[in-house]
Design a protein around this ligand. Structure first.
Ligand code: T1G
Length: 699
């Protein structure tokens, strides 16, 4: 049902003020009907002899979420945002933006084109376009800079800050804040300004905040962020626009910004980041769950006060929920709580939170020694030793103690959830909640469902993840779920490349040049090589791993046998002075010996070959995970990798990257590798089908 412009923006008169109410679900994003409605109602208000002033408000306690992101990349129909905002600035009557909820992107730009801005104290405002690979393209870089100065504009826009209204008032962005009804406050504000008389202020004509600006601030911000902005377009264009606001006349600055916006719009980065925006939201949707309501989760028990358990406790307490943290001894609990306090202290010292928020969160974490403490909790998460025997013991006890309907979750990173669920009398209530370390920081949360889990339990776990501010991805219970299964596959491909002639630093440098924050070998050295060494030996002992296979690279075993466990012993794939890693020539000698033992001829390799082999391994494995039903859709793989495994967001994720290369091209590469390694490179049927359909991923 298409909403008519006159319904997208309603009109009424209140006490001599024209009230424009925007009602364009779900979040008042500037879709065509809303843009047309704004033009219609602005003209109506300006020509209405009864209306002495104009107030713009959003229905359902939310202002405007910005431009309609779904329209990007499609031909523009209807008035452009900048035309609406110019129309506002030509109004002979004062316009007051009444902001509640969010005013983001084009939403705040709309408010900045008004004469005044009144906000509810709970409202937040921001120019967040950089998250989409864009910049505020409807005057935001110009009006905000002239209203609040270039330093504030650089900070808010480059960091996509959601600024609380009181702080925005201190910065000069908002004129008044109210704890009451924002519409009434805005009308009263308009009437008061009418009584004082015009002219009505225009942010675009302000000059006081752009006097004597030191041009070096722009060079400094570029230099400071050069590494972080590698591969990006928008940040550089944003700095240019803010600099232009301090040097160009208003209309020239607006024109400059519109050109810069086009540069961002046309970049592949914008497509990738907008893909992730919608992919993140799609990932939260569980197919087949219509009508299934989540259970309420207000109190949570955690078993294991170690690093993971403590981090999970923090993320739950930060969300305002009560947490009981259990361990086997008071010493273990005290040590766990001490680690939690230390983490909070670091966050406060970094300014990423405040002491009173930390005190409140700590007040919600209670150390307990007895399982009985979990009798009334709504959810328990175990974060104990990764052994099925230990999990069985824990879940048997939980099953006996917890109330009916309590959800029992395991933080396991690879064990089969059904094998855990089947020891309880409530297998339907058992789910995996795979947090990523540090659990109080990492956004990704893999919700792992076994065949025994009920849909209500799955929906409840996904909703709980959102409550924590996490990015949930629903995974099936194959080995390694989604993220680690792909990590395992591309890690073993990298190990084969080492035997074919590459070195750890060459592979890591190629991955960093692609956009990963860190290469796989540096990551392994940081994690420590000894843990996975023990796992491999256990697997080999029970015949689950053939160390004699031509594709098995024993380099990590040999490093461990030399006592080189990585960063913690000063040597691993790299040699370390503190955290500074340098390549090890003796390791390259070891690799030459291994290649000889395996009968593999070492050849020089290009970075492009390395990237294609590793990315193709990720994509082919991802396609298998989707076709086997362990992921709901290809974009979920992208969300998992962008939010949990350091995949550069500006590339949209491995599956999106493959789509940008062309699935037929990726399929051809996989076939090429299959010709060389038949048993390692079976093409995924899903990839083959989509490549042959000449289309992208169908879900
Ligand atoms: N355009 C289109 N759809 C949007 C949208 C938008 N701007 N924002 C949200 N949606 C959809 C979303 O896909 C989901 O759809 C539903 O609304 C609820 O979203 C010219 C160029 C406002 C804080 O980046 O941050 O302005 O899944 O689950 O948790 O300079 O939505 O239900 O089908 O996120 O209550 C800049 C993006 C745009 C803000 C609300 N603005 N949105 O959070 O709901 S570019 C943004 C958000 C721009 C100008 C530039 C959040 C929210 P579905 P949700 P929420």
């Amino acid at each position: 049902m298409t909403i008519k412009p006159e319904d997208a923006v309603r009109y009424e008169l209140r006490d001599g003020v024209a009230l424009l109410t925007i009602d364009f679900p779900p979040v008042n994003a500037f879709g065509q009907p809303m843009r047309e409605g704004m033009m219609l109602r602005l003209d109506q208000a300006v020509s209405d002899p009864v209306a002495e002033a104009i107030v713009i408000v959003g229905a359902h306690d939310r202002f405007i979420a910005g431009a309609d992101i779904r329209e990007f990349g499609k031909p523009k129909v209807g008035p452009e945002l900048h035309q609406i905002f110019e129309r506002m600035e030509q109004s002979p009557k004062p316009i007051v933006a009444a902001i509640d909820g969010h005013a983001l992107g084009g939403g705040l730009e709309c408010a900045l084109a008004a004469s005044y801005r009144v906000a509810a104290s709970r409202a937040k405002v921001g120019l967040v376009e950089i998250n989409l690979g864009l910049l505020p393209g409807a005057g935001g870089t110009q009006r905000l800079t002239r209203l609040a100065g270039p330093q504030v504009a650089l900070d808010l826009i480059l960091n996509a800050r959601h600024v609380p209204a009181p702080k925005a008032k201190d910065l000069g962005i908002i004129d008044a804040v109210t704890d009451g009804d924002v519409t009434a406050a805005a009308i009263a504000f308009a009437k008061a300004r009418l009584a004082q008389g015009g002219p009505w202020p225009l942010a675009i004509e302000r000059t006081d905040k752009i006097q004597n600006v030191d041009p070096r601030i722009f060079e400094e911000v570029r230099a400071k962020n050069a590494k972080k902005w590698t591969g990006l377009v928008a940040p550089f264009e944003i700095v240019k626009c803010i600099e232009a606001a301090t040097t160009l006349p208003p209309r020239d600055g607006l024109a400059f910004e519109r050109e810069a916006f086009k540069v961002c719009l046309e970049s592949p980065v914008r497509e990738a980041q907008i893909h992730l925006f919608f992919a993140e939201r799609a990932a939260a949707k569980v197919e087949g769950s219509d009508g299934v309501k989540p259970r309420t989760i207000k109190s949570v028990g955690i078993i294991g006060a170690g690093t993971m358990g403590g981090g999970i406790a923090m993320s739950i307490a930060n969300a305002g929920l009560e947490v009981k943290l259990l361990d086997m001894s008071q010493e273990a609990i005290d040590a766990g709580l001490a680690r939690v306090r230390k983490n909070y202290e670091t966050s406060v010292s970094r300014g990423s939170t405040t002491q009173d928020k930390v005190d409140a969160a700590l007040g919600r974490i209670d150390g307990v020694l007895d399982y009985q403490a979990f009798a009334d909790v709504d959810l328990v998460i175990e974060a104990v030793f990764e052994s099925i025997e230990v999990k069985h013991d824990v879940f048997t006890k939980l099953d006996a103690v917890c109330k009916p309907g309590a959800i029992l979750a395991s933080n396991t990173s690879a064990l089969n959830i059904d094998r855990i669920a089947e020891v309880t009398k409530r297998p339907g209530d058992v789910i995996g909640l795979h947090f990523f370390s540090p659990a109080n920081v990492m956004k990704l949360l893999e919700v792992v469902r076994g065949d025994l889990a009920s849909m209500e339990t799955v929906v409840s776990a996904m909703a709980f993840a959102k409550t924590l501010g996490k990015v949930p991805v629903l995974a099936g219970t194959c080995f390694g779920f989604i993220g680690n299964r792909i990590l395992h596959r591309y890690g073993s491909e990298a190990d084969v490349l080492l035997m074919e002639g590459a070195t750890p630093s060459q592979i890591d440098d190629a991955l960093k040049a692609f956009g990963f924050p860190m290469g796989i070998y540096l990551m392994r050295d940081m994690a420590g090589l000894d843990v996975s060494y023990r796992v491999r030996r256990n697997k080999a002992a029970v015949g689950e791993l053939d160390m004699n296979s031509i594709f098995y690279n024993p380099i990590a075993d040999r490093l461990c046998e030399d006592g080189d466990y990585g960063q913690k012993t000063g040597k691993g794939y790299y040699a370390y002075e503190g955290r500074n890693a340098t390549p090890r020539p003796e390791l390259e000698e070891k690799l030459r010996i291994i290649s000889q033992e395996k009968g593999i001829e070492r050849k020089p390799m290009t970075d492009e070959e390395i990237v294609w082999r590793i990315l193709s391994a990720m994509v082919n494995e991802g396609a298998k995970i989707v076709e086997e039903g362990y992921a709901q859709r290809a974009s979920d793989i992208d969300v998992a990798y962008a939010f949990g495994y350091g995949f550069p967001k500006y590339r949209g994720g491995p599956m999106f990257w493959a789509q940008q290369q062309g699935l037929a091209t990726v399929f051809a590469k996989v076939k090429e590798y299959e010709a060389r390694y038949p048993e390692r490179w079976k093409p995924a049927k899903h990839l083959e089908e989509r490549a042959q359909a000449g289309a992208g991923w169908n879900r």
